[in-house]
Ligand binder design. Structure first.
Ligand code: NOJ
Ligand code: CA
Length: 680
């Protein structure tokens, strides 16, 4: 469990290397000594790293290095040339997020490896940071004679996991990107996984492998080689080498969260700590908010993105949504299909999209003027169909337009199959096909975010590259999709299944905020297809799946039918000063306690899988000496996602104080939400 720490801990120190310190094997330990890293050179003069925790070997000696397309691999013939040690204990503030202050407490070891001339004579530095809740390391290729541009075919970075255990994962390099069900298998039955990949070892230790600060590099997939040995493999590129970079440069950090329990995994800020500080300065122009949108009707097929009688994005409907937002305190209204280019089969026809021209029945200026007067923002939409060549050509003008009209956030979209991103080629008018998480697309997303920032626009990509904590550096990168979202429930009965969200909490959500789009209070997709959710679970999602922009996705007419639930959605914050997982198990259930960033109120809630269960929650997180009024929304007696009883919900109001406990029954596919309002 997270504990608070004093304000004034600020220390960064670095110790010069001694000749003796540069002899392998080298060790370094995390601040509390529990995690120990060992660096060695094996019999083939290959650098290796290994890791133990509390005296137990977690990662056996694992190789480091690169395969190159134009020279012998940076793998053999290495010796340690020098090392440098440093430590840091600082605290930094997030402009928005799951918690206000983040502590960065680590020990650092920089190892400079040098190859002998026989093997190429290259230099390769690896920087390790050891935290009490995990480890990160990255390669740093320094300027050096004979290697000006690195053409990386793949990484050799290995992770040879020792204890047996279970993994939750999705497949890397699949046609549908990250929009898959999580598989639960033995670790030695994983194939190639996206990250984060979550593991629970036999002794209960929880691990999550991921990466931090993915900038100008290809996304890492986690590929099993044999047994429980994995290797980083990079997303492909049309150019041959998966990464091309001029030296000097640093790779993203390869990260491992390590914790005794699921809470330790979920509450870790490892990747954020490994990202660079905010580069944008004051970003108070972005305000966390709840939003509604002209969307559920499209995704269900009732309305169309295309022009015509079913067109969703009309001036008249948008004004009605703005009125609803103003009345109920929603900050934004998303409007999809407002622009030209949707009329044909837009999937695969991204060349037809205009990002500045509206359809004839949508008056962008009138609608944004109307929104401004009512204190609401339009949330813009840029679907590219994966054609970033066309999008990049219009990007500056498109963001400038949104900035001028006060459209504070844009949802982008890259609907295309694997390897289906159409990127600008080398000569004018030519294109190349790229992967969703290849180096070119990684560059693209940052370009969008940086361009948007100039015009004070925040970005929420769908079909994105996975989150690697870049919101710290670019706080206008507020959310993304990157998993099966609510949209799947529009297309079939129980389409996401009852286990999906309690799995997302411990997998996808470890990477950062998700625009899941909860709040389908009618519990219905197209043709009355039921959601694998009780009504209370829809409210629990606002606590379980964090985003600083939280949608209430249902039709406004449906939201209005459930005034008590709508009341909860209206008050639920999208910005917290603290967040803790107070009960949960990977893939089964997750209950959070989160403290409002702007008041003394706490909120508690979360989601359950298909198994009914009773939990005893302890309110030991509350502030001492304060009285709270808890307004509780929970599964009603006999509720189950399986039948119409999914609508059974019970309401309760009680007084609570620190240390009290509360018995909570969760239905199959259920959930709960509570507001704990502090007495003034
Ligand atoms: C997929 C997105 O996830 C969805 O929200 C959006 O409506 C469509 N693409 C169209 O852009
Ligand atoms: Ca999607």
């Amino acid at each position: 469990m997270r504990t608070l720490f004093p304000m004034a801990l600020i220390a960064v120190a670095s110790t010069p290397a001694t000749a003796q310190d540069a002899q392998a094997p080298l060790t370094a330990a995390s601040p509390d000594g529990s995690i120990v890293l060992t660096i060695a050179i094996d019999n083939d003069q290959r650098p290796t790293w290994s890791l133990s925790r509390k005296g137990k070997l977690l990662v056996a000696p694992s190789k480091l290095g690169f395969i190159m397309t134009d020279r012998i691999a940076l793998q053999r013939g290495f010796a340690i040339e020098s090392v440098e040690r440093a430590k840091g204990d600082t605290r930094w503030e997030q402009p928005w997020g799951e918690r206000r202050f983040v502590r960065d407490h680590h020990e650092e070891l920089l190892v400079r490896f040098r190859q002998n001339q026989d093997w190429g004579g290259h230099r390769m530095n690896v920087r390790f940071r050891l935290f009490d809740d995990g480890v990160g390391f990255r390669y740093e290729l320094p300027e050096q004679p004979g290697l000006t541009t690195a053409k990386i075919a793949d990484e050799i970075t290995e992770f040879d996991i020792v204890p047996k255990g279970t993994a939750w994962w999705i497949t890397g390099g699949e046609w549908n990107r990250y929009e898959q069900f999580y598989q639960k298998t033995a670790i030695d039955a994983v194939s190639t996984a996206h990250t984060p990949i979550t593991m629970r070892l036999e002794d209960g230790t929880h691990l999550a492998f991921h990466e931090a600060a993915l900038v100008d590099y290809a996304g890492m997939w986690f590929k099993r080689i044999e047994g429980q040995k994995f290797r980083a493999t990079l997303s492909p590129s049309s150019r041959g080498p998966r990464v091309v970079r001029d030296l000097p440069f640093d790779t993203p950090w390869r990260t491992i969260r390590i914790a005794d329990d699921a809470a330790g995994l979920v509450e870790s800020d490892l990747e954020l700590n490994l990202n660079e500080p905010n580069k944008l300065g004051d970003v108070s122009w972005f305000k966390p908010m709840k939003y509604i949108g002209i969307w559920w009707g499209m995704i269900r097929g009732d309305w169309s993105w295309a022009e015509g009688p079913q067109h969703g994005a009309t001036t008249e409907r948008t004004k009605r949504y703005i009125d609803f937002a103003a009345k109920h305190g929603f900050g934004g209204v998303l409007v999809e299909g407002w622009n030209k280019g949707w009329n044909g089969n837009w999937f695969g026809h991204g060349d037809e999209f205009s990002f500045t021209e509206a359809t004839p029945d949508f008056d962008l200026k009138a609608v944004t003027d109307y929104a401004r007067k009512r204190g609401v923002q339009l949330i813009g939409h840029h679907e590219t169909g994966g054609n970033i060549a066309v999008y990049e050509a219009q990007l500056e003008e498109a963001m400038k337009l949104y900035g001028r009209l006060g459209v504070g956030t844009v949802k982008t979209g890259y609907v295309a199959d694997a390897g289906g991103i159409i990127a600008p080629g080398d000569t004018l008018g030519t294109t190349r096909m790229e992967w969703h998480d290849g180096q070119r697309q990684v560059q693209h997303h940052l370009k969008v975010v940086e361009t948007a920032a100039k015009y004070h626009v925040a970005v929420n990509p769908h079909e994105p590259v996975k989150d690697t904590g870049l919101r710290r550096t670019y706080p206008n990168w507020v959310a993304r999709e990157g998993a099966r979202g609510m949209e799947y429930n529009a297309w079939g009965a129980f389409a996401n299944g009852p286990d999906h969200e309690p799995t997302l909490v411990y997998t996808r959500m470890l990477s950062g905020p998700m625009d899941f789009t909860p709040g389908v209070l009618s519990l219905e997709g197209a043709n009355h297809a039921p959601l694998a959710s009780t009504r209370a679970k829809q409210l629990g999602l606002y606590l379980a799946l964090y985003s600083p922009i939280q949608m209430a996705a249902d039709f406004i007419e449906n939201l209005e039918k459930y005034p008590r639930e709508l009341d909860f959605i209206k008050v639920a914050p999208a910005d917290w000063s603290d967040s803790r997982l107070i009960a949960g198990a990977v893939g089964d259930y997750a209950i959070f306690a989160r403290k409002d960033r702007n008041s003394a109120d706490w909120y508690v809630g979360g989601v359950n899988d298909a198994t009914a269960r009773t939990l005893t929650l302890t309110f030991d997180f509350l502030d001492p000496g304060k009285a709270y009024t808890a307004t509780i929304y929970k599964d009603g007696e006999g509720a189950t996602y399986l039948t119409e009883a999914r609508h059974r919900i019970a309401y309760e109001t009680i007084k609570v104080k620190k240390g009290d406990s509360y018995k909570l029954w969760l239905a199959p596919g259920g959930g709960a939400a509570m507001r704990l309002a502090s007495a003034k």
